[in-house]
Design a protein. Structure first.
Length: 276
């Protein structure tokens, strides 16, 4: 499974880079638009005929409490890698908070199936190595749609293998258990996005442009916010932080066409939005 994921990423990057010189576009953030739209359509068909039906069945068959427990379990494992990235970004308080979340939920929360930490006031964050690279000053590069994984940039795609290595589930020794868990996690994630994707299908005239602009806005906002909070500066909620304060600061509906250019080296911060 791990080798297959790496092969998909490599194929997507190679195909995108090979089209750099020949693809015309009117959006400077998206010089690979011809390739990206084609891959977007491929991913859309995979989702329509495989992922979305599986996620819909998953949502109908499993009780809500079970779905919440599964989501909490994999989210708890993700807190480990989030803590590492927060520490790498100089956000020590958030990193320590993430470690405490993992400790509390892994013990009192029955291996993470119960989110006791949030009830105790330990806010959930979400970080990845692509954001860490952005905080360190690495530019985003062009927008890129990856096979199966969807929206990304050259920088974020290059960071994905590191994210896979940092996620604890991939170190489960039994291959059948590891692969089954990975499939369940993918379906659970897709199920959590069913309402948003249905709304997108109804509302957006150009779904590709809508998703692209939303992704670029979100990543720029998260990286600029992480820089503000580096070295434990004054707290401001980021996209993916949980809790009412974050929801107020990061409304979930993006504005189509708002991301007109790629992130600069300073990672400009357009209006925050919420998640692919």
């Amino acid at each position: 499974m791990k080798n297959a994921i790496q092969a998909v990423l490599a194929a997507g990057l190679a195909a995108a880079l090979s089209g750099c010189a020949t693809t015309d576009t009117k959006n400077p953030a998206d010089p690979l638009e011809g390739y990206n739209r084609a891959m977007f359509n491929v991913n859309d068909k995979i989702d329509r005929y495989a992922l979305k039906p599986a996620a819909t069945a998953y949502q109908k068959v499993l009780p809500g409490s079970v779905q919440t427990g599964i989501n909490n379990f994999f989210g708890n494992l993700g807190d480990v890698w989030t803590a590492v990235n927060n520490l790498l970004q100089g956000r020590g308080a958030d990193g320590v908070s993430d470690i405490m979340r993992f400790a509390v939920n892994s013990t009192l929360g029955l291996f993470g199936f119960l989110d006791i930490a949030s009830e105790a006031g330990l806010q959930k964050h979400k970080q990845d190595f692509g954001v860490t690279l952005g905080v360190w000053g690495v530019g985003s590069g062009p927008y890129l749609v990856l096979p199966f994984f969807g929206s990304s940039t050259i920088r974020d795609a290059a960071a994905l293998p590191v994210d896979f290595e940092g996620y604890p589930w991939q170190y489960v020794q039994r291959v059948d258990v590891r692969n089954t868990g990975t499939v369940v996690r993918i379906i659970d994630t897709r199920a959590s996005l069913l309402s948003a994707s249905n709304l997108l299908e109804e509302a957006a005239l150009d779904r590709y442009a809508f998703v692209r602009d939303a992704y670029l806005q979100r990543r720029a906002s998260k990286i600029s916010g992480s820089k503000e909070r580096g070295a434990d500066a004054q707290y401001r909620p980021l996209p993916d932080d949980s809790g009412p304060a974050s929801e107020a600061q990061n409304p979930p509906t993006p504005k189509p066409g708002a991301a007109s250019g790629a992130e600069s080296s300073q990672e400009p911060a357009p209006a925050p939005i919420d998640k692919p």
